[in-house]
Design a protein around this ligand. Structure first.
Ligand code: ZN
Length: 260
């Protein structure tokens, strides 16, 4: 059973009547329901307002795949939590970054690029094309499908060249966007998926829910979490696999911690 946590910023659900009407229990709950409909996934939720944003080290250690939706309050996310999430991903936790979370601290940290794009909120139609047929994230989908209303996100999308581009989105106004892209960061699988503007019922769409379920299965780690990923242990001469003698000048004193 894959353990997923859906993290939601949970702000517009409280401040916008439009968003509250579409997602009365919050977007994170709607997404978790989609995941829990799959027999192989058990999904819980966490929000910005929870203590430690609901993401303690213990909970992250027990999470196979984290989904992240944020928009209005990226800056309010604790850097301590962002570091914990990054270390979990490097150690093997899957991460699925949704829609406006392209500007989240965690996505920018893992990408190392601005993650900027062009955008327009005009309720236009989006047509998503599967650009990598046979990819596990596209399993069971038609070769293209439509969302009657989505926020336009357009190229150039300032991300590193993806590992794979699974979906390409076309918008009524003419722009295109790499709407579904994968990355590997350390031992962790990362998937960014563009649909999900909060004033449209995107996460109620059957194809979108299928993508999210597929993506959780794809992102789940195949091996136990790699621990202590940020440590850089010194291997002393007498620990070398073959007998060696230290020679030449040395900068570090014996037993000294490495520099940072
Ligand atoms: Zn949006």
């Amino acid at each position: 059973m894959i353990k997923a946590v859906v993290w939601g910023e949970n702000i517009h659900e409280q401040t916008s009547d439009v968003v509250a009407a579409i997602y009365p229990e919050g977007m994170h709950s709607c997404i978790a329901q989609a995941l829990n409909a799959d027999a192989g996934i058990t999904a819980t939720t966490a929000t910005l307002q929870d203590a430690d944003h609901g993401l303690t080290l213990a909970r992250l250690d027990d999470t196979d795949v984290l989904l992240w939706w944020g928009h209005a309050a990226h800056g309010e996310v604790s850097d301590v939590v962002v570091d914990l999430v990054a270390e979990a991903v490097w150690g093997g936790m899957g991460l699925i970054v949704l829609h406006s979370a392209h500007f989240s601290k965690i996505f920018k940290k893992l990408m190392g690029t601005p993650c900027s794009l062009t955008w327009r909120e005009a309720g236009e139609r989006e047509r998503l094309w599967v650009t990598t047929p046979g990819h596990p994230i596209a399993r069971g989908l038609p070769d293209h499908f439509e969302l009657e209303s989505e926020e336009m996100y357009g190229e150039p999308f300032a991300i590193p060249e993806p590992l794979e581009t699974v979906f390409l989105g076309w918008f009524q106004g003419g722009e295109v966007f790499r709407s579904g892209v994968t990355f590997r960061r350390g031992a962790g699988n990362v998937f960014y998926f563009q649909p999900g503007h909060e004033t449209y019922p995107t996460y109620h769409d059957a194809n979108i829910r299928k993508v999210l379920v597929n993506a959780v299965h794809w992102a789940a780690p195949a091996q136990p979490r790699r621990q202590h990923i940020t440590e850089a242990p010194n291997r002393d001469v007498d620990e070398a696999l073959e007998p060696i003698t230290a020679r030449g000048p040395k900068l570090h004193r014996p037993g000294e911690k490495g520099l940072r």
